[in-house]
Design a protein around this ligand. Sequence first.
Ligand SMILES: [Zn+2]
Length: 59
Amino acid sequence: MNCKEAHRVLCEAQDSKLSLIRRVTLRWHLSICDRCSRFRRQLEFLRLAARRYRDGGVE
Ligand SMILES: [Zn+2]
């Protein structure tokens, strides 16, 4: 898995479940790639922020 693929899989993981093989290859890539690890943290942060925003009942 290269970085481009990892990014795509990370984005897919936001709204659908990943197959086992994809989770494993993604985890492996993240363990060797700082850039994608950071990207994942950013996605997590955005997702949490969006949820907080929604739960806060703000338009
Ligand atoms: Zn990468």
